[in-house]
Design a protein around this ligand. Structure first.
Ligand code: LLP
Length: 390
C-alpha cells in the first residue's frame, strides 16, 4: 500500500514510471539469503529480470552473484562490482566476441548449451592461451507446469544439451585441453508455482550428476537455475516468496555429496514484488459492446507481459477511494489490440488524471521495455518506506 504522501508525490511526476519499494527489496533479499545460507547454497541473481542500477547495487550489497545471458550483462556485472568468480554466463546463443570477453574475465562458469558450443569455447580459449571453466547445461525433460512461452526444460526445446548428445559430449570433453568441466546446470522454466516440479528436477539432476561422475568427471558444482514463482494475484498477501520451502525441497531431494557446491539463479522471486508500474488515465469511454474502457499513458512498450503472455497483474486505482466500482478494460496507448493490461476487471471509477498502479512489475518489466512507437524508456523512482523519500 502506498502512503498518501507518496501518492501526492507521484501526482507531480511525469508518468509512466516504475516505482520500486527498496525496503521490500531488502527484506526479500535478506529472506532469500537466510534461507539459502542455511544450506550453504550460492545464489546468482538473474540480471535479465531487472538491471536497474540501484536495484543491482542493492543485490550486490547482499552478497549475491549474477547470472548473465549476454556479454553486456557480464560486463555490467563486473562494472557494478561483482567479482568475476561470482558470475555465471548462460545463454543459448553466445557470440565469439562474447565468449572471448568472458574467458578473459575468468568468470565462475560458462553454462554451455551444446557440443558445438563446447568446442567453440575450447578453441577460443586455446587461441588466447587461456582455460575456461564450463558447466554443461543439461535439458532434463521436466515439464515446469508454467506458461509455455517461459518453459525451457522439455525435450522439444532449443535449450540445453539433450539426452541425444550427452554420451558424445561426455566422451569428447576430456580431450579438450582449454576447458575444465566444473559442473552441471539446469534451468527448466520461470514462474513455477507447482513446487513438486522442483522435486522432479532433483530426481533427474541426481541421475545426471551420477552419470557424469561415473564417466570420471570431477564435478565441483551443480546449478539448478531459477524459476521460483511469485503471487501475481494477491501480491499484498504474499510480498515475499517462500524461499524456505523452496530451498528445503533441494536440501531434501538433491543427492550430490556434501562437497559439491549448490548454485541457483533466481530472478523474478528476488525483484518481482518490489516494483509497480505507475501510469495515468488519459481517457475513459464506453465501447460499442457497452463496456467501460480506460486508456492509460503507459503501454506494452513499458510493460509487455500482459500482451506477450496474457499475464495477469493486480491493478489498483490509486485515486479511487470512496468511488463506486465498475468493470473496465484497461488499455495502453499502442495501436495494437494486444496492448491491453486487463479486461473485465472491477475497479473504483476511473477518471482522467487518476493514477493507476499495476503491481508485481519488478521482474521482466522495465528490463523488457522497448522504444516501439518512439516511446521513451520508462523512468524509475526508488521509494524508501521509512523516510518516505523517493
Ligand atoms: N537462469 C536462466 C538460464 C534463465 O533463462 C532464467 C530466466 C533464469 C535463470 C531466471 O529465472 P526466474 O528465477 O526469473 O524465473 N520474460 C518472462 C520470463 C523469462 C525468463 C527467462 N529466463 C516473463 O516475464 O515472465
Amino acid at each position: 500500500m502506498l502512503s498518501s504522501k507518496i501518492k501526492e508525490r507521484l501526482h507531480q511526476e511525469r508518468t509512466p514510471l516504475y516505482l520500486y519499494d527498496m525496503d521490500l527489496l531488502r527484506r526479500t533479499l535478506e529472506s532469500a539469503r537466510e534461507a539459502s545460507g542455511r544450506y550453504g547454497y550460492k545464489v546468482h541473481y538473474a540480471l535479465k529480470a531487472n538491471f536497474d542500477p540501484v536495484i543491482v547495487e542493492c543485490i550486490h550489497d547482499h552478497g549475491f552473484g549474477t547470472d548473465c545471458v549476454s556479454g553486456n550483462e557480464v560486463r555490467y556485472s563486473i562494472e557494478c562490482g561483482f567479482a568475476p568468480s561470482d558470475v555465471v554466463y548462460a545463454g543459448v546463443g553466445k557470440t565469439d566476441e562474447e565468449i572471448e570477453y568472458a574467458i578473459r574475465q575468468q568468470i565462475f562458469a560458462f553454462n554451455c548449451e551444446s557440443r558445438q558450443e563446447m568446442r567453440v569455447i575450447n578453441d577460443i580459449a586455446a587461441g588466447i592461451g587461456m582455460k575456461a571453466d564450463v558447466a554443461f547445461r543439461l535439458n532434463p525433460d521436466v515439464d515446469p507446469l508454467t506458461h509455455k512461452g517461459i518453459s525451457t526444460g522439455q525435450a522439444d526445446s532449443k535449450f540445453g544439451i539433450s539426452y541425444k548428445e550427452i554420451d558424445e559430449i561426455a566422451a569428447e570433453a576430456g580431450s579438450l585441453n582449454n576447458i575444465n568441466i566444473t559442473g552441471i546446470h539446469f534451468h527448466i522454466g520461470s514462474q513455477i508455482t507447482e513446487l513438486k516440479v522442483f522435486e522432479y528436477l532433483c530426481r533427474r539432476a541426481n541421475t545426471l550428476f551420477e552419470y557424469f561422475v561415473s564417466r570420471g568427471f570431477d564435478l565441483k558444482h551443480i546449478n539448478l537455475g531459477g524459476g521460483l514463482g511469485i503471487d501475481y494475484n494477491r501480491p499484498e498477501e504474499h510480498p515475499i516468496p517462500d524461499f524456505e520451502t523452496y530451498f528445503d525441497i533441494f536440501a531434501r531431494n538433491l543427492n550430490v555429496g556434501k562437497d559439491t557446491e549448490v548454485h541457483f539463479e533466481l530472478g523474478r522471486s528476488l525483484v518481482g514484488q518490489c516494483g509497480e508500474f505507475i501510469s495515468r488515465v488519459l481517457f475513459t469511454k464506453i465501447n460499442s459492446a457497452g463496456k467501460n474502457v480506460a486508456l492509460l499513458d503507459g503501454s506494452m512498450t513499458e510493460l509487455i507481459r500482459p500482451a506477450l503472455y496474457q499475464s495477469h497483474h493486480s491493478i489498483e486505482n490509486l485515486d479511487g477511494a470512496g468511488r463506486r466500482e465498475s468493470q473496465y478494460t484497461i488499455g495502453g496507448t499502442v495501436c495494437e489490440s494486444t496492448d491491453t493490461f486487463a479486461r473485465g476487471i472491477t475497479l473504483p471509477e476511473l477518471r482522467r488524471g487518476d493514477l493507476v498502479s499495476i503491481k508485481t512489475a519488478g521482474a521482466y518489466g522495465s528490463a523488457m521495455a522497448s522504444r516501439y512507437n518512439m516511446h521513451e524508456l520508462p523512468r524509475a523512482l526508488h521509494w524508501e518506506r521509512q523516510t518516505e523519500n523517493i
